[in-house]
Write a protein that binds this ligand. Structure first.
Ligand code: PLP
Length: 418
């Protein structure tokens, strides 16, 4: 799929936007066939969790190559279900990288356990296995690794670490649907893997989430958990003419509806095209920024397939006479819906007040946070919009570039020679 022409071949048409229109950082892509799938369910007897959710779970499990998939109402519920299924509770610690959406750590807090922040690798911005190993102690029960921006985690090292210390490895793969590491698709590697179908993600169900696992018992616990902890689901009730059910544990209502699952099935079929276009745009950005001295481009190791959820560049602040926020503000003024992913979780007020976390805890994440900007990236972007992003970023950066010491010296020497 190459921009507007390629996507037209597939019957999906990039939106036409006027040059002045704000280009958002992410946006869903819904077609008429997605809408038709949803309408079909609206005309059927089941609206909430029913046969279409089953079909969505099976299709999703097959796509990532995992034995079980459990659909829930959003990615946060997926993380909560994973933490619940592992029976995490007070006194337990879970290692988490700080460069993530707060939900990753919040899910641990929901269970009364404690998230322990371990720093990231400065090149990949992924959880650094050396940093996580340092934080392991007798209370550690699990590690959550985040496939930040769509780049698969250091799964080999983290799996060995988890096995060595008897920990469960959870992947927050909300950025990485479709990514591949070591020949395996993300979602089939960690013990539990969580996904989100928020509209800015690779595919959407409006709101929605999924957990994949190879462990049948954990999958069954999560299915109960999403349905108040009760033992009987819609299939058993219709099979066994009974009113009886039991609530075995305290669950929640985290159900996905058949309406959403229909959209999920339809979107999943288009995921390869969505991924292809995301990867194509990311490569165009890579090339455009590769030799810019004021930009530190993203780093992608050769052996993985990046799912390109976010395109995050870092500013070489030493070359600029302003900070990130100033550049960010000017990009917004110029019509780019840039974003920042993320303020390290432990710097949020809630964490500071309740867990006593302070700046300096993970210096690599803080340094990256101060330099990063997320550029618009979504499959429906036109080639013109991609070029507009590149031109605007370069123009704004050039405004604030200062000469390096070497350049100043070179100029000074030349001037003296005159
Ligand atoms: C890394 C990460 N984890 C968890 C979530 C939570 O997903 P949801 O918004 O579907 O609850 C998100 C969504 O933004 C995310 O990016």
């Amino acid at each position: 799929m190459t921009g507007s022409e390629g996507s037209a071949d597939k019957g999906i048409h990039p939106a036409k936007e006027t040059p002045a229109e704000m280009i958002p950082y992410g946006r869903h892509w819904i077609d008429e066939d997605d809408i038709a799938s949803v309408v079909e369910v609206l005309r059927s007897p089941f609206l909430t969790t029913g046969p279409v959710v089953d079909r969505f779970e099976r299709a999703f499990a097959d796509y990532v190559g995992s034995p079980h998939a459990v659909a829930v109402s959003n990615g946060t519920a997926a993380l909560h279900a994973a933490a619940f299924a592992l029976e995490l509770g007070p006194g337990d610690e879970v290692i988490v990288p700080p460069l993530t959406f707060a939900a990753t750590a919040n899910a641990i807090v929901y269970q009364g356990a404690e998230p322990v922040f371990a720093d990231i690798d400065p090149r990949t911005l992924l959880l650094d296995p050396a940093a996580s190993e340092e934080r392991i102690n007798d209370k550690t029960r699990a590690m959550i690794t985040v496939d930040y921006a769509g780049l698969p985690s250091r799964y080999d090292d983290l799996t060995v670490q988890a096995r060595t210390y008897g920990l469960t490895l959870i992947a927050d793969a909300c950025h990485a649907l479709g990514a591949v590491s070591g020949g395996r698709r993300v979602g089939s590697i960690a013990d539990l893997n969580t996904f989100s179908f928020h509209p800015v993600k690779h595919m959407t169900t409006g709101e929605g989430g999924m957990i994949t696992t190879g462990d049948k018992e954990l999958a069954e616990r999560m299915r109960r958990f999403r349905n108040h902890g009760v033992t009987v689901d819609y299939k058993k009730r219709s099979r066994t003419n009974t009113h009886a059910y039991d609530m075995k544990e305290l669950g929640y209502n985290y159900r996905l509806t058949d309406i959403q699952a229909a959209l999920g099935i339809s979107q999943l079929a288009k995921l390869p095209l969505f991924l292809q276009r995301r990867q194509q745009i990311a490569r165009i950005y890579d090339e455009a920024f590769a030799d810019d001295p004021a930009i530190i481009p993203r780093f992608v190791p050769g052996e993985v397939e990046h799912a390109c959820h976010l395109y995050v560049l870092q500013l070489n602040l030493e070359r600029l006479d302003v900070d990130r926020d100033m550049i960010f503000g000017e990009l917004r003024e110029e019509g780019l819906g840039v974003n920042v992913h993320y303020k390290p979780v432990y710097l949020h007020d809630w964490y500071r007040h309740n867990l006593g976390t302070k700046p300096g805890l993970c210096p690599v994440a803080e340094r990256a946070y101060n330099r990063m900007i997320t550029l618009p990236l979504y499959p429906r972007m036109t080639d013109d919009q991609v070029q507009r992003v590149i031109d605007t970023v370069k123009r704004v950066i050039r405004r604030h570039e200062r000469e390096t010491v070497a350049e100043r010296n070179a100029y000074g020497t030349a001037a003296k020679g005159w």
